[in-house]
Design a protein around this ligand. Structure first.
Ligand SMILES: [Zn+2]
Length: 351
């Protein structure tokens, strides 16, 4: 039905529309219209497996009585879209069923993973540039960051078999991957500051850290927080279970920082984000704590509403991802150029 109305209302100008209405009243278009309804009905029945009778009548001729009498709830479109999405997801998982694709789909399905897609760009914190948005979409779809990349990464790894390689590339660690991490640390610390937390210390000291990233001193307790982004579809990750990658890092961080937290009489929490946007269990708890602290602060600002807080992290992550994708692509191209130059030199020397 949506297709029918969209196609016609955009295609017909006002005078034409009046004429069309007259013809419709006279019944000349009736046959076409019924055929359109029938074809919509057929399309719905084809695209949805095991069509629920309560949502779509089995006979297209009863569409008007079924929907017209209000027998179907107002959430019809949402219900139908959910069924169509299920069908597409089932088809997708049979056609793209590699380990990395499954892990990506699972991670992208987690709560909050697509928050950046829903963000209204009303402040810079929740706005992605066109270029960053392209990188974010390509990452979500499991595509290479750019379409004509050379075969090798700057680190020597083959790019063809792993479109998300830059997110776990050891060569990009010191710069791009750390920049993404540090941005998330700063955002988390700033938000707790805005919530009026008593004291906050940020311990970003490059790659080698003996203490967690942030110390948050609340009125009743002290909290040590370490932030990390993990790429769930990295070749080293085997599990297909939702948030398995985030949980692995949470456990590793807990083992690393347990004694430091004990020494300081603090509790430890790992704020782990999967590269597609899903947040680990402890990260979600930390966001809850941040939200309740913000709720107790006088006059919570709109740019720190619960929704915008989640979107701010999501957008910052995608911006960091885009930086990694861009840096990795440039480095791969630079390597390809220098490889060509040196192979030309070798040929000249040999010739
Ligand atoms: Zn690499």
């Amino acid at each position: 039905m949506r297709h029918f109305f969209t196609a016609h209302s955009f295609a017909i100008s006002v005078p034409e529309f009046v004429t069309e209405s007259d013809r419709l009243i006279r019944g000349e278009l009736k046959a076409n219209f019924i055929e359109e309804v029938n074809s919509c009905h057929r399309a719905l029945c084809t695209i949805i497996q095991n069509v629920p009778k309560e949502l779509i009548p089995s006979d297209p001729n009863t569409i008007w009585t079924t929907y017209g009498q209000g027998a179907v709830s107002r959430r019809l479109q949402k219900a139908l879209c959910a069924l169509i999405d299920d069908r597409i997801a089932a088809h997708y998982s049979t056609t793209r069923n590699s380990r990395a694709d499954k892990q990506r789909m699972t991670s992208c399905s987690a709560k909050n993973a697509g928050a950046w897609l829903m963000a209204v760009p009303q402040t810079p914190a929740v706005t992605l540039s066109d270029s960053d948005y392209r990188y974010a979409v390509r990452h979500r779809l499991g595509l290479h960051p750019q379409s004509d990349l050379p075969p090798l990464c700057a680190c020597g790894e083959l790019l063809k078999s792993d479109p998300g390689h830059f997110h776990s590339c050891p060569k990009l660690m010191p710069r791009a991957i750390t920049a993404r991490h540090d941005t998330l640390v700063q955002i988390l610390a700033n938000m707790f500051k805005r919530a009026g937390v008593v004291n906050i210390e940020v311990k970003c000291e490059g790659e080698t850290r003996v203490r967690p990233d942030i110390e948050i001193i609340l009125s009743d307790r002290s909290l040590l927080v370490d932030v990390a982004v993990v790429h769930p579809a990295a070749p080293s990750r085997r599990s297909h279970v939702a948030l398995a990658a985030a949980r692995d890092i949470e456990n590793a961080k807990a083992a690393k920082y347990r004694s430091v937290a004990l020494e300081r009489g603090a509790t430890f929490s790992a704020f782990i984000v999967e590269s597609y946007g899903a947040l680990g269990g402890q990260g979600l708890e930390l966001l809850k704590l941040l939200n309740s602290t913000l709720n107790h602060a006088p006059a919570r600002p709109f740019e720190l509403s619960e929704r915008v807080v989640a979107e701010t992290f999501s957008v910052a992550l995608q911006r960091g991802n885009a930086f990694i994708s861009h840096t990795g692509s440039l480095a791969a191209r630079a390597r390809a150029v220098s490889d060509t130059v040196s192979s030309n030199r070798m040929e000249e020397a040999a010739g």
